[in-house]
Design a protein around this ligand. Structure first.
Ligand code: ACO
Length: 328
């Protein structure tokens, strides 16, 4: 097991107040509460209002994380934001967040790895700490999936929610922090989960509005199969690196996309469901905000204690997947 170089000094989250329930979807679409709960495990999701932008949600989460770390925004030397839904295509969400925080001493940039993005951002942050480039980093996942969700498409509309989570990452004391990490991608499968329109290949146009190609398109069943396979593999890789088995994991915090994907991952890794934190029922899939939202909720519920071994595992568009083992 490697000696950790990066540890969490603070954690904060933000969740919009507006809630969309399965009953709301029953009124909007040809769907049912039973179908949604049985196939996904989701009961409701938080939806951002017009003023709850990706940068604003990120700021709220970040201020809480900074407060816990006992740091001011000007103490930061780096800001990494993972998002698939930046407030605008240019500049980065991280620069927007930097301006809102007044974090004038930070280098700010985004990471695009969809639902695995927060894990990608944490491991990039760990490298920046290890190289000596940075000492105090903010690592944020902030998403407004509602802005790119087609609420006329029942196969995707019911899945997604909005929110943000932020961690302050600083040098480890050598006992706690990131003890293993694994990242992987397969771009050949990109078109199973993507937004065809709105980029430089298909810039905004009347046609794009007509064919609704700026919304998320997903081949659900294929994505499901890949997610199960890849999350299982990601869990294996982190456990192997640390030289431990699933039985030695105290808590698994998986990306919250679908309860059946989570159950399959836990079963594969030999981690009983009592040691898996679930909040997909109340948040839906919030992409790269999902793991920090779940970790923070688990912590506030008293489930996270010093010295615990925690497995984070994610899968997302790209496809991308990854895992991190934390010694808390
Ligand atoms: N309500 C009622 N029926 C529905 C709904 C709905 N909301 N959505 C789809 N159906 C219907 C389909 O039309 C289909 O009907 P048919 O048999 O008459 O054609 C039937 O249900 C089965 O559809 P499937 O897509 O095969 O259903 P499945 O059991 O695979 O569940 C789901 C669909 C929930 C989307 C599942 O495939 C899934 O979770 N996939 C992974 C999605 C995911 O996690 N994506 C994100 C991961 S990456 C990231 O987080 C960005």
């Amino acid at each position: 097991m490697k000696r950790p170089v990066a540890a969490f000094a603070g954690l904060g989250t933000y969740s919009p107040g507006k809630i969309l329930t399965n009953a709301d979807f029953e009124r909007m679409l040809d769907t049912s509460d039973t179908w949604i709960r049985e196939r996904t495990g989701i009961r409701e999701r938080h939806i951002a209002g017009p003023d709850e932008t990706v940068a604003v949600m990120a700021r709220e989460a970040s201020l809480l994380a900074l407060q816990e770390a006992g740091l001011a925004p000007t103490d930061l030397d780096g800001i990494i934001v993972s998002t698939a839904t930046p407030d605008r295509p240019l500049p980065s969400a991280a620069c927007d967040l930097q301006a809102l925080l007044g974090a004038t001493n930070a280098a700010a940039f985004d990471i695009g790895a969809a639902c695995s993005g927060w894990l990608y951002a944490l491991l990039v942050g760990e490298s920046l700490l290890a190289s000596g480039f940075a000492k105090r980093l903010l690592v944020v996942g902030s998403e407004k999936l509602s802005a790119i969700t087609d609420y006329t498409d029942r196969s995707t509309a019911v899945l997604f929610g909005d929110g943000a989570g932020a961690a302050v990452l600083t040098a480890s004391d050598g006992t706690r922090g990131i003890i293993a990490g694994h990242l992987k991608s397969d771009g050949r499968l990109a078109e199973l989960l993507y937004r065809p329109g709105g980029g430089s290949v298909a810039p905004p146009s009347e046609q794009m509005l007509k064919d609704r190609s700026y919304f998320i398109k997903m081949a659900g069943r294929e994505v499901f199969k890949s997610a199960v396979r890849s999350m299982a593999d990601a869990a294996d890789r982190a456990l192997e690196q640390a030289g431990i088995t699933g039985e030695q994991v105290d808590l698994m915090i998986p990306h919250q996309a679908n309860i059946r994907i989570i159950e399959a991952t836990a079963e594969h890794a030999h981690i009983p469901m009592e040691r898996v934190f679930i909040n997909v029922d109340r948040f839906g899939n919030t992409s790269s905000a999902s793991i920090p939202l779940a970790l923070d909720e688990a912590r506030r519920a008293g489930l996270v204690k010093p010295g615990m071994t925690i497995l984070l595992v994610a899968f997302g568009a790209g496809f991308t997947w990854g895992s991190i083992l934390l010694r808390w």
